[in-house]
Design a protein around this ligand. Structure first.
Ligand code: NAD
Length: 318
């Protein structure tokens, strides 16, 4: 078994690769993995075990089809994590999001098709559904993305679906809630808050902090990706929920407690433009069809994450 993982130097992709190489996915203990990553500001070489005998790293851009044509042949599956992933950056400037997330995904799909790759998983997000006041999204919910990031991910999902429908490519799509865990870039809210609080700096809370997000430990997300890779059906979408819904105020409260700080360390910041109020996923499909169960309790996962950032300043201080 030879896997190709795009975006494998980023937060979630590298967790997937490290777990795979540790033998964390039954049946894949001997799998070899090629990590393909541009090493954008979000990619980090320190996320990967470069000397591992079963890993090969190639630096390159998913938008470069000629490059993908050289690298893809000979792989048994592609797991496509590579993306521009930070909503705030997409509000500032959307072009790179369309280029990488839509154009890059289309190139990855083309390369899979041309190289005859038997299986692909495309990693997407719950943000494609927009915002929901009550209830929870199923996979058949209409897409109503609100940020340029979410719109570009929705575009990539549509492209993946079209390659399945038009060309018969064996591709499944996952749509996951917010991830947290070690090795997440400090631009994202949990590592941003934790690293600032560790340094004794105040943290910015958007608007009134009533926005609700579901939190999922990266290890549970990656386990879901592996389930979809091995058991998911072609052309199908699988929501991956965390089951841990918190307002941003509640999340901040927990992080303050874990770091040993109080509300004097929080400053209110003007709300993000177009900030979605509430995300909620119905993930009964992946639970019932593939046997998915998230295992990391939020309290434990957050505590371990705070400990990791405390113990690894070399990783985030630069
Ligand atoms: P990340 O920003 O930490 O990592 C992205 C990786 O992709 C980086 O290593 C970067 O160098 C690489 N990359 C960017 N542009 C590239 C290009 N043009 N060519 C090759 N590599 C490129 O992101 P993440 O949080 O690990 O997210 C991974 C995937 O999961 C993304 O598709 C994202 O949309 C999705 N997702 C993330 C979350 C979350 O909470 N972080 C939730 C749901 C879905």
């Amino acid at each position: 078994m030879r896997l190709l993982v795009t975006g494998g130097a980023g937060f979630i992709g590298s967790h997937y690769v490290r777990t795979l190489l540790r033998g964390g996915y039954p049946g894949f203990e001997h799998a070899r993995v090629t990590v393909l990553d541009k090493l954008s500001y979000a990619g980090n070489r320190d996320n990967l075990p470069f000397s591992h005998p079963r890993m090969e790293f190639v630096r390159g851009d998913v938008c470069d089809l000629d490059f993908l044509r050289e690298v893809f042949p000979g792989h048994d599956a592609v797991v496509h994590f590579a993306a521009e992933s930070h909503v705030d950056r997409s509000v500032e400037s959307a072009a790179e999001f369309v280029r990488t997330n839509v154009g890059g995904t289309q190139s990855v799909l083309d390369a899979c098709l041309e190289a005859g790759i038997p299986r692909m998983v495309h990693i997407s997000t719950d943000e494609v559904y927009g915002s929901i006041d009550e209830g929870a999204w199923t996979e058949s919910w209409p897409l109503a993305p609100n940020s340029p990031y979410a719109a570009s991910k929705a575009g990539s999902d549509m492209m993946a679906r079209a390659y399945w429908r038009t060309h018969g490519l064996d591709v499944s799509i996952t749509r996951c809630s917010n991830n947290y865990g070690p090795h997440q870039h400090p631009e994202k809210v949990i590592p941003l808050f934790v690293t600032r609080l560790i340094r004794g700096e105040r943290v910015p809370l958007y608007g009134d902090g009533r926005n609700v997000r579901e939190w999922l430990h990266v290890d549970d997300h990656c386990a879901a990706v592996q389930l979809v890779l091995t058991k998911g059906r072609a052309g199908e979408i699988y929501n991956v929920g965390g089951g841990n819904a918190l307002t941003n105020v509640e999340l901040t409260e927990r992080l303050l407690r874990l770091v040993g700080a109080d509300w004097s360390m929080v400053r209110r910041s003007p709300d993000r433009k177009g900030h979605d109020l509430r995300y909620a996923l119905d993930d009964s499909k992946i639970r019932e069809e593939l046997g998915y169960r998230p295992r990391v309790p939020l309290e434990q996962g957050l505590a371990d994450t705070v400990t990791w950032y405390r113990d690894n300043p070399y990783w985030w201080k630069p």
